[in-house]
Design a protein around this ligand. Structure first.
Ligand SMILES: *[C@@H]1O[C@H](CO)[C@@H](O)[C@H](O)[C@H]1NC(C)=O
Ligand SMILES: *[C@@H]1O[C@H](CO)[C@@H](O)[C@H](O)[C@H]1NC(C)=O
Ligand SMILES: *[C@@H]1O[C@H](CO)[C@@H](O)[C@H](O)[C@H]1NC(C)=O
Ligand SMILES: *[C@@H]1O[C@H](CO)[C@@H](O)[C@H](O)[C@H]1NC(C)=O
Ligand SMILES: *[C@@H]1O[C@H](CO)[C@@H](O)[C@H](O)[C@H]1NC(C)=O
Ligand SMILES: *[C@@H]1O[C@H](CO)[C@@H](O)[C@H](O)[C@H]1NC(C)=O
Ligand SMILES: *[C@@H]1O[C@H](CO)[C@@H](O)[C@H](O)[C@H]1NC(C)=O
Ligand SMILES: *[C@@H]1O[C@H](CO)[C@@H](O)[C@H](O)[C@H]1NC(C)=O
Length: 539
């Protein structure tokens, strides 16, 4: 089963990276209409961005500058939030001014500065004779009001839509609705918002989101016809999806587990998980983690169509920061805490990598060589292991399985992990601090994604990172294409940004015959890093 995931995964994985880079650029241009290149699972979506390579060796993604087509603008008109974003994106500040101050400020602005401006502008506009200098008093008041308004759903984040609802929250699965009931008699128009939310933290990725159930969030007043509660709960709930790319080990963590940790850890177990698109094997795979985050039985919310579940507070969707990491400036819990949490959940013993005492201590540093069976496999794994043993490593060869407990224990027992770029490397999460990751980067300009997915995240895990780029001779692609083929000369010209073309060759047809002589210094460097760590901790 895992094989399939790995195989599947990689592609997604890879393309994700492509998509991710594109997204960053795209986000600035057209937040609401960023279509990410994600063709792996199905037919190609209409692309509004194009992959291209800039500069030798460095792959970058350039986004074709998109002006929003008028028919799209029409659809968006129904959605006032999206409309506001669109207006900001296209610089239509005039239109913003016609909105109510509170409405415009809270809908549009992601910074205090911007909120103040919007509120002030709206104020100026609404009072005849006022301008930004002579009606400051009124403006200031409005600004205060605007600042106090926090929308139920935050859809300004690049990767996730997230709603934080408190009070009288009623979930009606039969209509995929969440009602936020306000008892105030003076519920003004401005409070009557509604959102459509897919609770999976990869919102820019159409392919992933296509398998995620959409829920509506409606703010309603107590006077309206609101469904009656059939089940009352006293703890807060977190509603999220296990659809999307679940099953790919990397995505399981980066899209669900880490975001779920960020969202639910603050409740310290006193939280009810509501899962949409529930996949029982996924629950089983991550049982230890889920049980440690919540003391309550998981509710498969999709199968509760006859009920209306009521909660004092509901979080819809998951918070998300960077790929496989946590931004310490945005959360009370850091990546260090997360790794500590994993160690607790799986009862892992080692918190720090081996201290090498040359000579006296006979304990050898342990190297895990991550093997892959179907794609990007090592063809000479025995020779690699022999060379590593010659250097003084206790070398283990293993392919990660679906049994996370076993994998976690194995990885935690190691000091160095080496492997070809792929989802299996996600397991470095279980390594002790000060361990080393050696990522082998295959041909095809995959450096950027390799770094974004594992290189960068490893830093926040206190893991040293080494990269080994394959030379032409070490790729089995040379058995399939002549050396002067465009596949080698110019990968981009070969795949032209077509994911399937890229994947079918560079990811699926490429195996790795490591030149152990050329690779040896990299492993020696890994040993040196362990020595440095030893020296540091001795001091
Ligand atoms: C705020 O929104 C503007 C316009 O959408 C965008 O350019 C800017 O990067 C955003 N800032 C933050 C901090 O998200
Ligand atoms: C604002 O209005 C006052 C009084 O009507 C006027 O004197 C002043 O020039 C205006 N300022 C601007 C920036 O338009
Ligand atoms: C909305 O989410 C973004 C990204 O997660 C965050 O930077 C911003 O502060 C949030 N805005 C509000 C009003 O909470
Ligand atoms: C905005 O409205 C459109 C059309 O109804 C919908 O597809 C989209 O999901 C909405 N956007 C958000 C963020 O709710
Ligand atoms: C749930 O709580 C509400 C308000 O306290 C109460 O009116 C209702 O009868 C309760 N429903 C159930 C099924 O216990
Ligand atoms: C987390 O898991 C560990 C080990 O299984 C257990 O001792 C601990 O009580 C769990 N914590 C919670 C909150 O369930
Ligand atoms: C030798 O290394 C092992 C593994 O890190 C460690 O547990 C042990 O304390 C070390 N022994 C000495 C004498 O330093
Ligand atoms: C670690 O310390 C030893 C003994 O002081 C020294 O010989 C060695 O060069 C140091 N190694 C590193 C990698 O710093």
């Amino acid at each position: 089963m895992y094989d399939t995931f790995l195989a599947r995964s990689f592609s997604k994985h890879e393309q994700k990276k492509l998509g991710y880079g594109a997204f960053a650029a795209c986000f600035l241009i057209a937040l609401s209409f960023c279509t990410v290149f994600k063709p792996y699972l199905g037919p190609l979506p209409v692309l509004n961005l194009r992959l291209s390579i800039m500069g030798a060796g460095h792959k970058m993604l350039a986004v074709e500058e998109t002006t929003i087509p008028s028919h799209k603008q029409e659809t968006v008109r129904e959605n006032v939030t999206a409309r506001a974003e669109l207006m900001v994106d296209s610089g239509k500040f005039e239109e913003i001014l016609t909105m109510k101050p509170v409405e415009s400020a809270r809908m549009i602005c992601n910074t205090t500065d911007c909120r103040e401006k919007a509120a002030e502008n709206a104020m100026v506009k609404s009072e005849p004779g006022c301008n930004s200098t002579n009606c400051r008093g009124h403006a200031a008041e409005t600004v205060e009001k605007a600042k106090g308004v926090k929308p139920l759903c935050n859809i300004t984040g690049p990767r996730t839509n997230f709603c934080d609802m408190k009070g009288d929250i009623r979930i009606q699965p039969s209509s995929s609705s969440v009602f936020v009931v306000s008892s105030e008699m003076d519920v003004s128009q401005e409070n009557q918002d509604s959102w459509k939310i897919k609770p999976y933290a990869r919102k820019e990725d159409r392919q992933a989101m296509s398998s995620v159930r959409e829920w509506s969030v409606k703010s309603v007043s107590g006077r309206e016809n609101i469904p009656q509660c059939t089940r009352n709960h006293s703890v807060p709930a977190v509603l999220f999806s296990t659809g999307g790319y679940s099953g790919n080990h990397f995505h399981d963590f980066t899209d669900i587990v880490v975001p779920l940790y960020l969202t639910s850890r603050p409740f310290d177990g006193e939280v009810q998980f509501l899962i949409t698109n529930m996949r029982p094997w996924w629950i089983n795979k991550f049982r230890q983690i889920l049980e440690n985050l919540s003391r309550y039985e998981i509710l498969d919310i999709d199968s509760e169509s006859g009920e209306v579940h009521c909660f004092p507070s509901v979080a819809m969707g998951l918070k998300r920061h960077k790929e496989l990491s946590i931004d310490p400036s945005r959360s009370a819990h850091t990546m260090k805490d997360f790794r500590e949490f994993l160690r607790k959940s799986y009862s892992l013993k080692r918190r720090s990598a081996i201290r090498i005492r040359q000579g006296e201590n006979k304990t050898k540093p342990r190297l895990l060589i991550v093997s892959r069976k179907r794609t990007r496999s090592f063809t000479n794994i025995d020779r690699i292991a022999r060379m590593a043993r010659g250097l003084g490593f206790d070398a283990v060869v293993a392919e990660p399985s679906m049994n996370v407990q076993k994998v976690a224990e194995l990885v935690n027992s190691c000091d160095v992990v080496m492997g070809v770029h792929g989802a299996g490397l996600t397991n470095i999460l279980f390594l002790p601090d000060n361990a080393v990751l050696v990522q082998i980067v295959p041909l095809g300009n995959v450096e950027w994604i390799s770094r974004a997915y594992f290189g960068e995240p490893s830093k926040s895990m206190d893991i040293s990172y080494l990269e080994y780029k394959l030379s032409l001779k070490e790729s089995t692609l040379i058995e399939q294409f002549p050396l002067d083929h465009v596949v080698f000369k110019d990968p981009y010209a070969f795949h032209k940004g077509n994911w399937l073309a890229f994947k079918s060759v560079y990811l699926d047809k490429q195996n790795v015959k490591l030149d152990v002589k050329r690779f040896k210094p990299t492993l020696q460097k890994a040993l040196e890093l362990l020595l440095e760590h030893t020296n540091r901790s001795v001091r």
